[in-house]
Each structure stands twice: as C-alpha cells, then as structure tokens.
Ligand binder design. Structure first.
Ligand code: ISE
Length: 337
C-alpha cells in the first residue's frame, strides 16, 4: 500500500490539528475523508485536505469505502458510536483518549475487538511517545537510582472550554496520568483518592478545582497528581520521581530564556498541541507504519480499558471524597504479548 487513506472523525481542536499533521508531516498517509456533522467545521478542515471528501457520519464514509483506517478525534463521550461500526467494518483505528469515559463501555469495545479476533485499535495516549516519559521509564527500569518510591505529577491547563465539566477532571485530564503512571511503573492502579485544594474562584462556576489525586499502584508506588485546569499562565505537565537514591525530573519548560528589563523569563507552552506536538507526530507516524503491516504500535484497547476502569474509580473518588479501589475484569488472551 503506498499511501494509507485516513478518515479523520471530528474536525474540532484535535481533529483539525491531526489533519494538518497528516497532510504536512506524516509520511505515507493522506486524509481522504473528514467525518464531521458540522458543515462549517468540515469545510474549514477540508481547506487543509483538499483531496478529502466530507461525510456527516462514519456510516456514510464506510459505505463509500473512503478510507483504509480511521482516526477518531471527537470528545471521549462520542467515541463508542464511531468505534462500533469501524470495528465491525474491520478498519484499523487510532482513537484519541479516553477509549470511552467508563469501564463498561470500554470493556464492550474490548469484547467487540476480541470477537473480530484482531487488534484493530490503538489508543491515543500520546505521552507514551514523549521523550521525557520514555527516558524516565528507562531510568526506572534500569534500577540505576534504586527502587522507585513515588511520583509527583503536575498537570496544569491555562483554561478549559465551556463544554468541560467536573467529571472531565478525571476522565478527560487525569486519565493521562492514570495511563502514564502505569506506563512508567509497569504496575496497574490499585486505588484512587481525590482531595480538593482551595477552590480557584477564577475557574468556571461548575468546576471545583484544583484537585489533588493520590494514585496507588499495585506495587505500592504512590503518585500525587495536581490537576489544575484554570492556572491561567500556561500549559504545564511535569513529573518528579522519587527514588531510593535521588530524584529525577521531567517536563520542565524547554522554551527560550530571556534576560531583559531587569527580569529573567522562560517561555511556557500555552496548549497541549505544542507541548506534545513531537509526541503526537511520533505516535501517528508509528501508527501509520504499523497499520500498513496489519499491526498496532502503541497502547491497545486493553490499555484503554484499564485506564477506563481506574477513571471510573477516580470519578467515584472525586464525587464521594473516599479512597476507591479499582476493579478490573479478566484480560482476554488477544492482549497477551
Ligand atoms: C485534553 O482533552 C487533553 O487531552 C490534554 O492533554 C489535557 O491536558 C487536558 O486537560 C484535556 O482536557
């Protein structure tokens, strides 16, 4: 196959960004379909993919045989109705995180994939492709600084869109730490507890944040996560790892330092689109290359399900103030390495 024909589903913030990425930076793929119910958004997206056709829904694109693979970039609560027909059509899929917002629907997707007998889905946990996280994972596995004892994670957004509601603190945002803590430690999340910091009066009224989550892994590593979506100043994702011997830190701003007007200043990112741009590029290039070989090369639907099960406990912990244990169903053999 020369060029992989991709249908991008959802032409909002991430979908539009992925369309430009595929057209301009990814080798061996092109966007041939934009699936988007909103005509204005679709037309704006098509300006960056002039050869692509517009379809109002995934079913129309499937019947037109418009693509070899699907990239789902709608918000998490709309993934399931796109995933189901795409899996049934046997199409390879890159699905933005979260796979779905809760454990039951994620398990149903896993079961559907198992029934097809083939791993079709890769989940867009792009942090696994970020060099900082890769280096930290290698350091932990090497044992060079002794055992890993704990992690301090800070996940800060300058602001969030109007559509963002309180549960999204967990299923849309902390879901990244839920996945990446497991990626770093190779140990599933066992329990979650959530505390509220003093509420930021600058956050939208419907949000009670920042929050502090405590994620405990089955191996006993404790990760603190400050989730803050109204920090105003910029987009920041940092991790500090505490070892038997010393500390390691990733995610410190790498922007330009200026020494000017009596001040030393460092540029910070304003959005995840730039903070993780390189990780998104690597993720999609590797997905394209693997898809052509009939494989995936990144987090699977099973990883998506494990995150969804921990998210469900996290949402309960957020609402109740209790420490909540995570329960997982049995792993199907399709996902054994
Ligand atoms: C958004 O959906 C993302 O995935 C970003 O990476 C995260 O920082 C943000 O909080 C989410 O809303």
């Amino acid at each position: 196959m020369s060029e992989l024909r991709i249908a991008v589903v959802g032409a909002g913030l991430m979908g539009a960004d992925h369309i430009i990425r595929i057209q301009k930076r990814i080798v061996g793929a092109k966007v041939t379909a934009v699936v988007e119910p909103d005509e204005g958004r679709a037309k704006a997206a098509l300006e960056n993919a002039p050869e692509a056709n517009w379809y109002p829904n995934i079913e129309a694109a499937i019947s037109a045989k418009a693509m070899d693979a699907v990239l789902i970039a709608t918000p998490g609560q709309f993934h399931e109705p796109v995933l189901v027909p795409a899996i049934e059509a046997g199409l390879p899929i890159l699905c933005e995180k979260p796979l779905t917002p809760d454990a039951i629907s994620s398990r149903a997707i896993v079961d559907l994939e198992v029934a097809k007998g083939k791993q079709l889905i890769q989940v867009g946990f792009m942090r696994r492709f970020d060099q900082g996280y890769i280096n930290l994972r290698e350091l932990i596995a090497s044992g060079k600084q002794g055992e890993l004892l704990g992690l301090h994670c800070a996940h800060r957004n300058p602001a969030v869109p109007d559509t963002y509601h309180n549960d999204m603190l967990i299923f849309d945002s902390v879901v990244h730490e839920i996945d990446v803590v497991r990626f770093l430690t190779d140990s599933p999340i066992k329990s979650i507890e959530v505390k509220h910091m003093k509420r930021n009066k600058l956050s939208p009224e419907k949000l009670n944040e920042p929050i502090l989550c405590l994620l405990e892994t089955e191996d006993g590593v404790l990760a603190t996560v400050e989730m803050n979506v109204s920090v105003q100043f910029g987009y920041q994702v940092k991790t500090e790892a505490v070892f038997q011997k010393g500390i390691a830190e990733i995610g410190r701003t790498a922007g330009m330092n200026t020494f000017f007007d009596g001040q030393i200043a460092t540029e910070e990112h304003m959005s995840f689109k730039t903070r993780f741009a390189a990780a998104y590029d690597t993720q999609i290039q590797r997905w394209v290359d693997a898809t052509k070989l009939g494989k995936i090369d990144g987090p699977s639907a099973w990883d998506g399900y494990l995150a969804a099960a921990a998210v469900e406990a996290g949402v309960e912990a957020l609402r109740s103030g209790n420490k909540v244990q995570v329960s997982y169903t049995e792993k199907p053999s399709l996902y054994n390495a």
